[in-house]
Design a protein around this ligand. Sequence first.
Ligand code: ATP
Ligand code: MG
Length: 428
Amino acid sequence: MSSAIDVVLGEGRVLRVIGPARIDVISGTILAVGSKFTSGASIVVHKYRSYGIKALSEVKLRVTLGEGSKIEEVKEGEVVDDWLKASEQVLHICRRSPCKVLIAGPPDSGKSTFAAFVANYLREAGMKVCVVEGDIGQEDVLVPTTIALAEVSKPILWLRELEALKFRFVGCTSPQYCYSESIQAIKELVDEAVKMGFNVIVVNTDGWVNTTLALEHKLSIVRWVRPDVIVTTSSELYSYFLRCLGKFAKIINIPKPTVVRERSKEERRELRVAAYRRYLSKGKPRKVKLDSIGIIGACSLCGEPLTKDDVKNLLKVPENVLEKVVYSSRFGDTVFLVVKEPVELSASSSGLEKVFTIVARDMVGSIVAILGSDMREVGIGVILSVDIESRELTILTPWDGEIRGLIVGKVRLTEEFEEMGKVIRCTL
Ligand SMILES: Nc1ncnc2c1ncn2[C@@H]1O[C@H](COP(=O)(O)OP(=O)(O)OP(=O)(O)O)[C@@H](O)[C@H]1O
Ligand SMILES: [Mg+2]
């Protein structure tokens, strides 16, 4: 059930809207996520989002409220004015020459919303603006496991409204497990954005900031991106960055919104599923011959193939285990066994240092990047089936061009595009 109510808001007042809701501007002008909306315009607040909407003049709004939504006039603790001031400072710096703005802060502190806010604000001031969405876990532009670059060519409330122009595959959803790839991916996309002539490149980062290692990761991103401005959403992080980086960049701290539509773990998972589904449900199954492509991240497929006799001679495995082996290979002191079903191998059964077993069915669901010429990512896919004996894979992907290669990621998805636990080792 939804109900519509009319709200009159005096100039300068702020309305907090917790979604799902739709707001039609009947008269006057509002500022929502750094963009102006005047009479006749409408905005939709997603069920997992909330915003502070500021009246730039006296406004009349028709608010349609969905289930669980709420509106309230904010008396104090609203952040819009601070965010406007920060955006004004960024604009001042970026007017002089093209600039890079990096946003860092803990989870749920408003990073993504401020990325949209400052991007909208600078776009409306006449700049050519893009966003590099560098949060691989909550990636809003393409799918988790990737980092994407998108132009902000219209007002947005949420980075999910953007279309990726370019992307890089990182292959996992926590930067701890793909530390260097995540830094490299952000850096490459920022370099591409510079080449494409954007005046302002807004870089959003992941919310992993609570350990020394996490901060080192953020400092590495800063080192390679070399931002002109760093916006933090936590005063602790602000002080840290000011000490370490204050000589290199302008550091600005913005307050986090005091009341937000918080997302549970389950709701965050649902948002990730929605992102995978949005991209992959447009896909079609494509067959790929392993011997006709390059492959990265498939440890069992690139070693020297072994026959059953080789395996028998190298590893003193019992016959019942050998029967379950569908493919085997060797690199150095490691033998890779692809098996029909899990097997028990005692340490003493092997003359070699390492035996690495992969259950064939566990290959299914692995997320992959599709590479075109120059080893460039052209699409994302998910492995539907593996016929290891005939060395053929079937991949679900919307990419319909040439496939020159694959990068196998460390995330597996179910048929419903739900993530299946964490994968640390290679899956193929
Ligand atoms: N001014 C505001 N008033 C109320 N809620 C707000 C405001 N600005 C943003 N929010 C809400 O706060 C929540 C967190 O914001 P956002 O997603 O931008 O944070 P984040 O730091 O990017 O989080 P994540 O760690 O999930 O990436 C969202 O629900 C967002 O809609
Ligand atoms: Mg975010």
